[in-house]
Design a protein around this ligand. Structure first.
Ligand SMILES: C[S@@+](CC[C@H](N)C(=O)[O-])C[C@H]1O[C@@H](n2cnc3c(N)ncnc32)[C@H](O)[C@@H]1O
Length: 281
């Protein structure tokens, strides 16, 4: 058997890793994707699988393959725990010891960790997982946005530790307050409910701030996070003259089991168009 042959050249449990990668897409809390949008970012569990399987040797027997398969399924889970990661690091160092022809009795903490270089690191999924697996990791990208994302994902957490989270929160809130002072009036809180915002009047904005939530109140407070805008034209028919929005499509969300759209309702009196949010499953 060729000792240089890696696990990734033999097999990896693609079906399970694909399923976990798809599940990871909907995880928001604690995921690096919430740090900054990066369109090409790969799922972390897939990156972990690729790094691990590139650094450990291909199994020599069917039994070893079965055991490695199960190990990889455990390792490539979003919620994988420290003990599993520790085992993976150990296996990587064992493989590295053999690859470097080090004496068998060399303690693992004296084995130099493998060097991993991602020359097109983008959102940093591969180097992050290489770091987690204990490798000496390098990341490069020519795009300055990717470079900053990589600094924030890979370098600063190691450099500043836990206090970085407090600093990010502190300065994040500082930015929010500054922005609120400047443009907060454009994002007034809206009280949405059966009484205050009846059907067909959902776009009535309340200019005064309201308390966040009242347990007994039939309404709740929402804060707009974005506006949809459209160009309008005046109907050329002299007897009409209505203002018509040039809306190309009215879908707000089109996912399986969640369909949300704008219903366009003409108001013949005011010769304008109103919008109502309608939902279906
Ligand atoms: C497909 S993305 C990488 C995605 C990454 N694996 C992740 O999970 O986010 C490819 C990256 O290569 C970068 N790139 C393209 N040409 C490059 C070059 N000549 N040198 C360095 N980076 C380059 C792009 O800016 C882009 O971020």
């Amino acid at each position: 058997m060729n000792p240089e042959r890696r696990l990734i050249e033999d097999f990896i449990p693609i079906r399970e890793i694909s399923a976990e990668s798809a599940r990871e897409k909907s995880i928001r809390k604690g995921h690096i994707s919430t740090l900054h949008l990066w369109w090409a970012r790969r799922p972390l569990v897939a990156a972990r699988a690729a790094v691990f399987a590139s650094l450990v040797a291909a199994p020599e027997t069917h039994q070893k393959r079965t055991a490695l398969k199960q190990f990889m399924i455990d390792l490539c889970k979003w919620e994988t725990g420290t003990p599993t990661l520790e085992k993976a690091r150990k296996q990587i160092l064992e493989a590295q010891k053999i690859r470097l022809n080090l004496p068998e009795n060399t303690p693992l903490d004296e084995v130099p960790p493998p060097k991993v270089l991602d020359m097109f690191a983008g959102g940093g999924a591969i180097p992050l997982e290489a770091l987690r697996l204990g490798c000496e990791t390098y990341a490069v990208d020519l795009n300055p946005v990717a470079h900053i994302i990589e600094l924030c994902t890979l370098v600063y957490p190691q450099k500043y530790g836990n206090k970085l989270a407090d600093e990010v929160e502190k300065w994040g809130n500082w930015v929010i307050e500054k922005v609120r002072d400047e443009i907060g009036d454009l994002y007034p809180e809206i009280r949405v409910g059966e009484v205050l915002v009846p059907e067909g009047e959902q776009l009535n904005l309340f200019t005064q701030s309201q308390p966040q939530q009242c347990r007994d109140a039939p309404w709740h407070v929402s804060t707009p996070v974005a506006y949809l805008w459209t160009r309008t034209v005046k109907c050329p028919n002299p007897s009409c003259g209505a203002t018509v929005p040039l809306v190309r499509q009215t879908w707000l969300c089109k996912k399986s089991k969640k369909y949300v759209a704008l219903q366009v309702i003409p108001n013949y009196e005011t010769k304008t168009v109103e919008f109502k949010v309608v939902e279906s499953t």
